[in-house]
Design a protein around this ligand. Structure first.
Ligand code: PLP
Length: 472
């Protein structure tokens, strides 16, 4: 492909992209293909001779598109959203075009300095205290691993970086039993061992019980173990439960345990001052992560990671081989030392575009609208005799199940709701997912897509009602 052809194809593609986004809700929202269906259409061997871009793009439309789930559809109410917006897509296009690898200041000074500036904006927009420093990571899973490694080095006086785990597995980590699966994965990777992860009991709202946390820390101390890190979740993945941060911070401060906060999804809602109670105590935590790539209209990947002690973070990760040394090192930030990978994409650009093009007010309006839609839908479910809510709705995630009055057996209800879920998703008209809360099969409906409107929620509810009425 030469420059002329690139120009022509790129223009055509932008038209395709705009058409796609305009019509995204007409596609079956969850891909309707069977396992292996895409693979069998792709040749076993790579082409030896060059192929025309036109043919390649035709195959993209015919082979790939049917196997795509449409995350940007307003009928996508599954998992948590990974929503996006026009300015974000444009930012990604420029990032791809510049193709810069932003590991050090010198490899693109503007990328480093924009990242620092935009993380400052984002922090003050979402209630992060000024004395925290921010860096963009790929995912919350990576950010939490980064936090665990910081905690590990802090508690061991940076000995594990030097010697490895010497005296056996004596360090412990704490989270609630409703925390995200990435925490267990990160605990394993960081070398703590799954058996040293204490899953603390939750209360009626699925939030961590702080008195149980303190009990667990005490018990471990009595047994000669070393509590290294507590992970509090603001907005659990199952039901968006809010762990009581202030009380957890009190305990962590009292026992001098590193406190990391996982607000991967809910963090975006902190742009609303009326919701900041959720992170009361934030000034006393050690690190905090949330994902603009979930609910802040910014393409995956973009995870905002904040730490109170920048020096401690850098000390955990810094390695400067001769070939990476530069004369500016003393005066600039080299973000390669702020996390795990060396190479870094220029992610700050799309975030800058989004924040500027929406404005704080524009972002707030969107988030408030999602919360209002969820509040109304919650009331609809509450009033329906055949359905019941299974968790509080502090944000925009509604946990519920079909529960007709003539069935009381939990096993039967679990089976019925899992069949209902399949019927809903097979229709292609809506995509929702499930979780288990206290052993009960729970349908989750998340209202957070960029362009979701009342009519999408109404249509979703009609479909759920229709499919449930046909079950028995
Ligand atoms: C989504 C989510 C994660 C994982 O996020 P990634 O960026 O995909 O790693 C972690 N914690 C919570 C609470 C989440 O909702």
């Amino acid at each position: 492909m030469n420059s002329e052809q690139f120009r022509e194809e790129a223009h055509k593609m932008v038209d395709w992209m705009a058409d796609y986004l305009e019509h995204v809700e007409e596609y079956p929202v969850r891909a309707q293909v069977k396992p292996g269906e895409t693979m069998k259409q792709i040749p076993k061997e790579a082409p030896v001779q060059a192929e025309d871009f036109e043919d390649i793009f035709k195959d993209f439309k015919e082979i790939i598109m049917p196997g795509m789930t449409h995350w940007e559809s307003p009928k996508f109410m599954a998992y948590f959203p990974a929503n996006k917006s026009y300015p974000s897509i444009l930012g990604e296009m420029l990032t791809a075009t510049l193709g810069a690898q932003c590991m050090s200041w010198i490899t693109s000074p503007a990328a480093t300095e924009l990242e620092e500036a935009v993380m400052g904006w984002l922090g003050s927009m979402t209630g992060i205290p000024d004395h925290f420093s921010g860096v963009i990571q790929d995912t919350a899973s990576t950010a939490t691993l980064t936090a665990l490694l910081m905690a590990r080095e802090k508690v061991s006086g940076f000995e594990i970086n030097e010697q490895g785990f010497e005296a056996g597995n004596e360090y412990t980590v704490y989270c609630s039993s409703e925390t995200h699966s990435s925490i267990e994965k990160d605990v394993k990777i960081a070398g703590f061992g799954k058996n040293n992860l204490r899953k603390i009991a939750y209360d009626d709202s699925y939030a961590m019980r702080p008195e149980k946390l303190e009990e667990a820390i005490r018990k471990d101390l009595e047994n000669g173990l070393k509590p290294a890190c507590v992970i509090a979740t603001i907005g659990t993945t199952g039901s968006t439960a809010i762990d009581p941060l202030r009380e957890i911070a009190d305990i962590c401060n009292r026992y001098e345990v590193f406190l990391h906060v996982d607000a991967a999804f809910a963090g975006t809602a902190m742009i609303l001052p009326e919701l900041r109670w959720m992170i009361e105590g934030i000034e006393r935590v050690d690190s905090y992560v949330f994902n603009p790539h979930k609910w802040m209209f910014t393409n995956f990947d973009c995870s905002a990671f904040y730490v109170k002690d920048e020096a401690q973070l850098v000390k955990t990760f810094e390695i400067t081989p001769e070939y990476l040394k530069t004369p500016e090192d003393e005066r600039v930030k080299n973000y390669r030392d702020w996390g795990i990978p060396l190479g870094r994409r220029f992610r700050a650009l799309k975030l800058w575009f989004v924040i500027r093009n929406f404005g704080i007010e524009g972002l707030r309006n969107k988030i408030r609208k999602h919360l209002e839609l969820a509040e109304k839908q919650k009331a609809v479910i509450e009033q329906d005799p055949d359905f019941e809510l299974l968790a509080p709705v502090p944000l925009n995630t509604i946990c519920f199940r079909y529960h007709p009055s003539y069935i009381d057996d939990d096993n039967k209800l679990n089976e019925l709701n899992s069949i209902l879920l399949e019927h809903i998703n097979d229709s292609g008209k809506l995509f929702i997912t499930h979780t288990k809360l206290n052993g009960r099969f729970t349908l989750r409906m998340v209202i957070g897509n960029t362009n979701v409107e009342q009519r999408h929620v109404d249509e979703a509810w009609s479909l759920i009602k229709e499919k449930s009425s046909k079950l028995i």
